[in-house]
Design a protein around this ligand. Sequence first.
Ligand code: CA
Ligand code: CA
Ligand code: CA
Length: 258
Amino acid sequence: MAMAILNSGCSKEDPKEYVLTWSDEFSGGTIDPNKWDKPEYNRRINDEGPDGWWLREDSYLDGDGNLVIRARKIENRNDDNDPYDYSTGAIRSKGKFQQQFGKFEIRCQLPDQVGWWVAFWLMSPSVGNVDNSGEDGTEIDIFEGFGWTDNLNFALHWDGYGDDHKSEGIQRNIDGISEGFHTFTLEWTENEYVFYVDSIEMWRTRAGGVSKVPAYVKVTGELWTVDWAISEDWANDPETAEYPDYFLVDYVRVYQLQ
Ligand SMILES: [Ca+2]
Ligand SMILES: [Ca+2]
Ligand SMILES: [Ca+2]
């Protein structure tokens, strides 16, 4: 009897048994509105330069099994004096799917050009609760990547985005990551987060205390023309890019431990 209980415990943890709970293979002709919301607004306002919009037309399926997130230079879209603006795309499962804990994976090819960054991330609606803890909601950046450098960023943000904002993160350089398709994976349990690239562990942390609430999924491009974002510590300068440029996503898959 004791042995049976022991075996039962082992089989739950080693090997981990994940069951697919939600996914999109992006194999249709249009983005599935039952799975994804496409936000559209002036996402990255710059009062002193071109703005970075999220436009619905910059997220679409290529008919060959991939989601495409595109970056473009566009005509100035608001009534400021910019010579032009930029746009990228974003999709999110907000209001359609969310999950607490589990495994979250994307397979994708990073863009080619400087000036923007792409991300696969989770967002809890309660990330703004300020209680000196991420347990009540955390933004989990499974990865942020670039076309111009092999640096990757992994991060957690909690207690909102104002004066009480807290974050932890690391950067890793992986030779050749901007070539070809790769997988980026998060394993999230009540005890810790573990981040992987191509199944190789990048970061293991419980910073903020681990979030204990559901989160929705986001796949996004971002472009911001403020100084910190166009520095060589981040996206670099879109002025020198050849747009349009593309971020290709083969799939997003979400699992839960059995
Ligand atoms: Ca502007
Ligand atoms: Ca503008
Ligand atoms: Ca909090």
